[in-house]
Design a protein around this ligand. Structure first.
Ligand code: TEU
Ligand code: CA
Length: 557
């Protein structure tokens, strides 16, 4: 395995709008990020992925870009951006930007020019069809409704896989692709370390566009079905890699849903299209094609098998980027731990179990202090377009307003988008103004100030995980070692070896509130991590307390 600079690093995702507001307008900003770099250094984060801060109408919170070369004034200026890059560099931190190129904003000049002259050059940057021909296909947008929208002032209609203010860019058009590559190189030449690639599998559509069997009474079909029939994305990804990333030795991590069997080697193997891709195997557990309202809770066994199946799929081919949450997901501790049992011990156990899997761990802002879902009391408290759509889907399925809110609020993206909880000061110390989205009322109990330096806090536990993972003595096992499940059949026990050339560590978590015994194959040399201040062990038999988590050094193998 060719060693890369990022293999032993730890990554952190910032959702800038909610991270830290430096000027009291209630919106997080780049100067706010700069003011918090020392905190990120204290945590031990090396790679920092910043969700979009480009000029945008924020129809999808910045994932609808109207100028790829400008910073949106709400977040700051290009000078702020240059300062951030310089300050990060001083701290040996690497900045990733979000590459959102499946679509742009309908306020982008390309789309404005396409509206003015659909038959002209910029009309070819999008997927347009004559309105008179009717709807070209029955695909559903990720945000509900048909993917087809009338092109204002014309006899055309345009495709949008996401929001109607996010027209899809036509990647079949080489001129469009060259414009994208020019922008990627421009940002890399500015000194960013690479990109997170947004919805990247969506850039290749199944052509010619056709209907697929409807999966709901609306007669539409979810985009994933269409993607199953979309072949040839590798041509685009290879060209993009060769024209941009490779030239700058950039780090790239793909937001890859719907990958096909056998693609992983080409995607993230040696000389792959990307450096890494997120493991989303756990995030889709319990989902339903009918909508969020029909999803079911994730059990400990679901989570364990989701992780192990993903690890089995990738083996030693490359490195996944491992998460328990991000800006699109509910808070991991609320999603993967049983309702009513979300205690600090369980939060630390979940942290340790995902963090030591083979791959690059990403921490999402607030995850490191154990931030939890919001107990939304009304749909009026929710901003997220995806949640508002799923609420309608639940109502259309016959749920009452109360039932619909209860059924979907646990999956809302806004659970992860409330202000970062810095302290017990008003608005969690996020802003001196009024936050754009109300803070989680539990910030008095869960915040950075209360946890930093406090022995036994979730934050200090994350710092101990990060320190161990970066300890060169354990590179053989924790960075390059194989991930081998242990006692996989033992209910609510998630245990796995990290097996290096010579080193063998055993990571285990008792994923339930009741104690259980674990039979070891041999004696352990040393306890490297324990989320509790006791350990009941007799010879090769360990009695794990509820939610207890251990990392044992099993010596050489
Ligand atoms: O999300 C992409 C995305 O959500 C789909 O690719 C995914 O398959 C779908 O949600 C099913 O789970 C990215 C961003 O992370 C998200 O915030 C944006 O809203 C979206 O793209 C559009 O840019
Ligand atoms: Ca601000």
């Amino acid at each position: 395995m060719k060693k890369e600079w990022w293999h032993n690093k730890v990554a952190y995702q910032i959702y800038p709008k909610s991270f830290y507001d430096s000027n009291g307008d209630g919106i997080g900003d780049i100067p706010g990020i700069i003011q918090r770099l020392d905190y990120l250094q204290y945590l031990g984060a090396d790679i920092i992925w910043i969700s979009p801060i480009y000029r945008s109408p924020l129809a999808d919170q910045g994932y609808d870009i109207s100028d790829y070369y400008q910073i949106d004034p709400r977040f700051g200026t290009m000078e702020d951006m240059d300062r951030l890059l310089a300050e990060a560099k001083k701290r040996r931190m690497y900045i990733l930007m979000d590459l959102v190129v499946n679509h742009c904003s309908d306020e982008h000049e390309w789309f404005q020019k396409a509206m003015a002259d659909p038959e002209g050059e910029y009309g070819g940057f999008f997927y347009l069809a004559d309105k008179a021909d009717g709807r070209p296909c029955n695909w559903r947008s990720y945000f509900g409704g048909s993917v087809w929208e009338p092109l204002p002032g014309t006899d055309k209609q345009y495709l949008h896989m996401f929001h109607k203010k996010q027209p899809d860019l036509n990647w079949e058009n080489p001129k469009l692709r060259q414009e994208i590559y020019k922008n990627i190189n421009w940002w890399l030449e500015k000194g960013i370390a690479g990109f997170r690639l947004d919805a990247i599998i969506n850039i290749k559509k199944a052509l010619p566009m056709a209907d697929y069997p409807a999966d709901r009474p609306d007669g539409l079909v979810n985009p994933g079905e269409m993607l199953k029939h979309a072949d040839g994305i590798g041509d685009f990804l290879k060209e993009m890699r060769d024209e941009t990333f490779k030239r700058h030795h950039a780090f790239t991590v793909g937001e890859v849903f719907n990958d096909k069997p056998g693609e992983i080697q080409a995607f993230i193997g040696e000389d792959g299209y990307f450096s890494s891709m997120f493991d989303f195997n756990e995030t889709v557990i319990g989902g339903s094609p009918k909508g969020w309202y029909d999803s079911r809770p994730v059990t400990a066994e679901d989570y364990k098998n989701g992780c192990f199946d993903a690890q089995e799929k990738i083996g030693q081919t490359g490195f996944y980027s491992n998460i328990i949450e991000n800006h699109d997901e509910p808070r991991g501790v609320s999603h993967y731990l049983p309702k009513g049992q979300v205690c600090d011990a369980a939060k630390k156990m979940l942290a340790g179990l995902y963090f030591m899997l083979r791959g690059l761990p990403f921490i999402y802002q607030g995850q490191e202090i154990g931030m939890e879902n919001v107990d939304f009391q009304s749909i009026g408290q929710i901003d997220d377009i995806s949640t508002l759509e799923e609420y309608q889907v639940a109502l259309e399925a016959g749920l009452t307003e109360k039932e619909a809110l209860e059924a979907i609020k646990g999956y809302s993206r806004d659970n992860a988008r409330t202000p970062m909880q810095w302290s017990g000061r008003p608005h969690a110390g996020f802003t001196d103004g009024t936050p754009w989205l109300k803070e989680n009322p539990n910030y008095g109990a869960i915040n950075v100030k209360e946890q930093a330096g406090r022995k036994g806090s979730v934050l200090e536990f994350y710092r101990s995980l990060i320190a161990l993972r970066k300890d060169p003595r354990y590179e053989d096992s924790l960075i390059y070692g194989a991930c081998i499940p242990y006692l996989r059949g033992q209910k609510n026990l998630m245990a796995y070896f990290r097996m290096g050339e010579t080193q063998k560590l055993l990571i285990m978590g008792n994923f339930q509130e009741h104690p259980q015994n674990v039979e070891l194959l041999g004696n352990y040399k040393k306890v490297l991590i324990n989320n509790m201040d006791f350990l009941e062990a007799k010879g090769k038999e360990i009695r794990l307390a509820g939610w207890q988590y251990l990392i044992l050094d099993m010596g050489e193998h």
